[in-house]
Design a protein around this ligand. Structure first.
Ligand code: SF4
Length: 489
């Protein structure tokens, strides 16, 4: 089918961003073009997240808005994809009965076929996993067929950065989390597939890959008597010519092994940054969350990270106001965040998710205003740490992969304020010409805020690139028509 347009909105984690990229790539092969306007679209897709109530409500309001589109163009196909589709089929049908397709996380490869079925029959289509225990691993494994490294580069964060999924699902079963039921059991992809995909991405101009998994450092693939760990996987792609940076998120504290930390230290292309969510500083709360470690264990792990990878920056996640969190419990999180000195932390107020063990077992008993106050208190301490972490960078020179113009960039001049990230994941802003976008440059850091470093580019010292003064040497960043918000997990 030609001349048809697809619009997609994505909420949630990097997994969802990548899923949307794969879905659009598959639809393009069927003749669809991507549009950033729902008004122009023939197919409107919403890739959803169930981790927080806010994300679910955002999807329902988006669905409310596109209802009008259905009136204007009754042939338009509206689809809900991802975690909410897996978890809340009945609710979606009740609140948005005009939705034509509900497609779970394991069935996304079937989207083009389901769109065609809706068009042919005008019957609603439902494709979701039967459930973690009924479907088993084979059904989830089948979703690997959707991995196509030649997928649509315009859906990527930038043309030179790509996510690569190395693992799907989760077997940890934290009591507050829907992921083990929406994404299924934990499985690691074969290393050969991942290395092949990375080589193809680099051939397309990609310089940085972010390996993603719910607990990425639990990655292990066994075939015969060969066992491939995350450290082996990274080593196996490290020397791909043209690849400049390797990142991996998100880590589980109990699986932070020394072989991985040694690889982060030894391999120059591996970004010296670890995101390792702790969630709480109180052992009783961690136990109710079923995180399987204590605050003491986490702090020992953190010390090991810093000992084995000198200069590594570490960030974390916290949930405040989890069931039964007393003021005393919360103060333990405050103590932990003071002591841990994270580069940054993502702090969330607990919201009960249907279908989780926490919802079954524990009352959501911390009042909303208390959750809000705790969120702000923890954030204030974290911001002090972030400020100190960023101030410590002033006077250093860092390598920055330039991602694009900063949000504050002045448009009318050929000198633009550019932004990118350092090898320790600090956001760096500096003035420079747009032709630097997509290249790695060295920046002398002059100033810092809690969230950003500011500096001057050392133009004589561009790393491995032709950045001649001709404007034609620039690497403009195409408009990013897909919408997404990060991060939620
Ligand atoms: S919070 Fe992370 S580790 Fe825990 S169940 Fe969810 S995805 Fe798995």
């Amino acid at each position: 089918m030609t001349g048809q347009k697809v619009y997609i909105e994505t909420v949630g984690c990097q997994m969802n961003v990548l899923d949307s990229e794969l879905v659009v790539g598959a639809l393009r092969k069927h003749g669809y073009a991507l549009t950033d306007s729902p008004v122009d679209a023939d197919v409107l897709l919403f890739n959803t997240c169930s981790v927080r109530e806010h994300a679910e409500e955002k999807t329902f309001s988006a669905l409310g808005r596109v209802r009008l589109r259905k009136h204007a163009n009754p042939d338009a196909v509206i689809g809900v994809l991802g975690c909410m589709a897996q978890k809340d089929q009945e609710l979606i049908r009740k609140r948005a009965p005009y939705v034509d397709m509900i497609v779970g996380t394991g069935q996304l490869a079937a989207v083009p076929e389901l769109v065609a079925k809706v068009r042919a029959t005008r019957e609603p289509q439902l494709a979701v996993s039967l459930g973690r225990s009924d479907a088993g691993r084979n059904e989830v494994e089948a979703s690997f067929v959707s991995y196509d490294p030649t997928r649509d580069p315009t859906m990527r964060p930038t043309p030179f950065q790509a996510f690569v999924r190395i693992q799907i699902g989760c077997d940890k079963f934290c009591t507050y989390c829907v992921v083990p039921s929406t994404r299924g059991p934990e499985q690691s992809r074969p290393p050969e597939h991942i290395w092949h995909e990375v080589r193809q991405l680099v051939d397309q101009g990609c310089k940085e890959v972010t390996l993603i998994g719910q607990t990425v450092n639990s990655y292990v693939h066994e075939a015969g008597d060969r066992r491939t760990r995350l450290s082996d996987l990274i080593a196996g792609m490290h020397d791909v010519t043209g690849l400049e940076r390797i990142k991996f998120v998100t880590n589980y504290p109990k699986d932070m092994t020394d072989d991985l930390l040694n690889a982060v230290r030894e391999l120059p292309k591996v970004v010296k940054y670890l995101h390792v969510p702790v969630q709480s500083g109180c052992d009783e709360v961690l136990k109710r969350m079923k995180r399987n470690y204590t605050a003491g264990y986490y702090m020992d792990m953190l010390a090991r990270c810093r000992e084995l990878v000198p200069g590594v920056s570490v960030s974390s996640d916290f949930i405040v106001g989890f069931c039964g969190e007393t003021e005393e419990s919360f103060q333990k999180s405050m103590e932990l965040v003071r002591a841990a000195k994270f580069k940054n932390s993502f702090i969330f107020k607990y919201s009960e998710r249907g279908g989780t063990k926490a919802a079954e077992r524990y009352p959501d008993d911390v009042p909303e205003d208390v959750k809000k106050r705790r969120n702000n208190d923890l954030l204030a301490v974290q911001n002090e740490n972030s400020r100190a972490d960023h101030r410590a960078q002033v006077g250093t020179t860092v390598e920055v992969l330039v991602e694009g113009p900063s949000r504050m960039s002045a448009k009318a001049t050929h000198i633009t304020q550019l932004t990118g990230r350092s090898m320790a994941d600090h956001i760096v802003v500096f003035d420079g010409p747009e032709r630097l976008i997509g290249h790695t440059v060295r920046v002398a850091i002059k100033d810092a805020s809690p969230f950003t470093l500011y500096g001057d580019v050392l133009t004589d010292d561009v790393v491995g690139a032709d950045v001649s003064r001709e404007p034609s040497a620039s690497a403009p960043v195409p408009a990013r028509p897909n919408k997404f918000s990060l991060p939620l997990v």
